[in-house]
Design a protein around this ligand. Sequence first.
Ligand code: AMP
Length: 171
Amino acid sequence: MELSKYITTIPNYPEDGVEFKDITPLLINRDAFRFALSEFEKHFIDDDVQYIAGIEARGFLFASALADRLNCGLIPIRKAGKLPGEVLTKEYELEYGKAELEIRKDTLPTGARVLIVDDVLATGGTAICAANLLGGVGADIIGFAFLASLLFLEGERKLHGYRTVTLVKYE
Ligand code: AMP
């Protein structure tokens, strides 16, 4: 199945100059959504994944379904101010300005094997921030899974040294 058919490019959204990859058509189509999950599952079925970390918000959509398939726990990596309890916070660069992600400190046993999942890899700032947070709470990061990567933004360079699986690549 050609998954790219189910991802629409919306020019100048949410701001001028951004080509937004809208995954809604893929989510709506049960065959496409199931196919994407099956592809992720095939890549990681033998990796003894113990937890899937999903990045807010669209990462949660794939992370939770994949956690069920791989029989894993689910770790939410959230935007600042959304998690109760003691949290670890890290700042990351956006195209314009900065933002913060958080993880609960009591989330994981040390050395837990974690796969990080998000919908789109762009510059890689979000993904590396998530990896740093997980590293900060003792995780052993297996790698990253993205539905789509914008290769021209060179996010994979930031993730150098980590295993990265991407289902749809935009040159
Ligand atoms: P980055 O930190 O630049 O790699 O941005 C990745 C995060 O921002 C992901 O959580 C994506 O959901 C979102 N994102 C960035 N650029 C796009 C885009 N062009 N289309 C859709 N989502 C994007």
